[in-house]
Write a protein that binds this ligand. Structure first.
Ligand SMILES: Cc1cc2nc3c(=O)[nH]c(=O)nc-3n(C[C@H](O)[C@H](O)[C@H](O)COP(=O)(O)OP(=O)(O)OC[C@H]3O[C@@H](n4cnc5c(N)ncnc54)[C@H](O)[C@@H]3O)c2cc1C
Length: 374
């Protein structure tokens, strides 16, 4: 089978790896517009369960991923300068570039052709010269836009602004920090992903963003402003930019996931708000699910239909939980009157996926402190 993949991110590369491993005779080519060492962003998070899925799917890349990752079990909520830690959560962080390099090496080892600096715009001819075309080209997917009549995308630009920085301050856990100034309320999502760097995403509502005057501010001044807002948390460390820009989260859904020999995968197909940290997880688990459909049926259109049947309910459940979390952060200022303990409880249960009993199993001491307070 000849497979063309547009996009060399986690979704595209991982699908290529799983298919080539199972079917070494397949001719698989990935087209990636960036170079092998370019990347946006800093680190990504995986849960313990996702790591188990990755181990079952491909032990070789899993072994490399866990060699590099940083693991922790606490979510820390910082509010009014008090830190509440909730334990019993299993997470690990790895740099996005580190993950991409592991997947690139695995692709090369298996004989997958990786064409870097190849921006694809003529998708009709790509589609015509292969048996299967994968649109794994990320949130602003050209494949999705070109074949919008078939995929029927539903896109929603969310109101909050966010910016993805790094910092050499190490946050030993998934840390959610809330700080207020005259402009409004800022939330930071941070976690370390290697020995010396943490991801530090800042999010705020449109009123806070406008009041702070970020529209006219340079990159350097924006960082200076936010370093002041989070001065206690950064403790003298600066914010590191990687061409970081303020953006609005784009919620992506599609009415149909495939047509004929063409299918979308990962962020091109669906997005889930970064506050539940599952974009890369979902992209790689999409690849696992799609490959499993080809194990059951080698006829391309019917394997693609099966993929949508099996995977859509899982994605819809994640998107529903991520939606609750996203809406929570969009109205974060309404919760700032809460005590740190109450805020931590509300935050832990915001997506509807974790209830009081689950929390009690994870961290009985935290729930006991919360109940005593109530
Ligand atoms: C602020 C923020 C924080 C996040 N935090 C997390 C987190 O903590 N954990 C997590 O798991 N995920 C996180 N994510 C999400 C994660 O980055 C994505 O969900 C994930 O990378 C999706 O993988 P993908 O392969 O579908 O797409 P991408 O990683 O976007 O890859 C798509 C690739 O396609 C290429 N491409 C695009 N168009 C073309 C074209 N026409 N021709 C050739 N190549 C093309 C791009 O260059 C890119 O390399 C976060 C995202 C953001 C924005």
């Amino acid at each position: 089978m000849k497979i063309n993949i547009i996009g060399g991110g986690p979704a595209g590369m991982y699908f290529a790896i799983l298919m080539k491993r199972a079917h070494p005779a397949h001719d698989i080519t990935i087209f990636e517009r960036n170079g092998p060492d370019d990347t946006f962003g800093w680190g990504v998070v995986f849960s313990g369960k996702t790591l188990a899925n990755l181990r079952d799917a491909d032990e070789a890349s899993h072994a490399e991923i866990i060699r590099d990752f940083k693991a922790w079990d606490n979510v820390d909520v910082v509010h009014r300068a008090e830190k509440i830690s909730i334990h019993g959560n299993s997470f690990s962080g790895i740099s996005r570039l580190g993950l991409l390099k592991i997947l690139q090496r695995r692709c090369e080892e298996l004989g997958i052709v990786l064409n870097f600096h190849s921006e694809i715009s003529d998708l009709e001819s790509q589609r015509a010269n292969c048996d299967l075309l994968i649109g794994a080209d990320g949130v602003n997917s050209t494949v999705r836009q070109t074949f919008a009549d078939h995929f029927q995308p539903e896109l929603s630009v969310r109101p909050n602004k966010y910016i993805w920085y790094g910092t050499s301050q190490l946050f030993h856990g998934l840390t959610l920090t809330f700080r207020e100034d005259n402009a409004g309320v800022f939330a930071a999502h941070s976690y370390k992903f290697n020995q010396d760097t943490s991801t530090f995403i800042v999010e705020c509502d449109p009123a806070t963003w406008a009041n702070a005057g970020f529209a006219e501010m340079s990159d350097v001044d924006t960082r200076k402003y936010l370093e002041k807002v989070f001065a206690k948390d950064l403790d003298g460390h600066s914010l590191l930019s990687n061409n970081s820009k303020w953006i609005n989260f784009l919620l992506v859904k599609n009415g149909r996931w495939s047509f004929e020999n063409t299918v979308l995968l990962g962020d091109a197909l669906h997005t889930a708000h970064f506050s539940i940290g599952s974009g890369t997880k979902l992209a790689m688990e999409d690849a696992i699910a799609l490959k499993a459909c080809f194990d059951a049926d080698l006829n391309v259109p019917s394997a693609l239909r099966r993929f949508e049947q099996v995977r859509r309910p899982v994605i819809e459940e994640y998107q529903a939980a991520a939606h609750e979390s996203m809406v929570w952060f969009e109205s974060a200022r309404d919760y700032m009157h809460l005590s740190p303990l109450d805020l931590a409880y509300v935050l832990m249960t915001r997506s509807g996926k974790i209830d009081m009993e689950t929390l009690r199993r994870r961290d009985a001491e935290f729930v006991a402190a919360y109940e005593r307070r109530r």
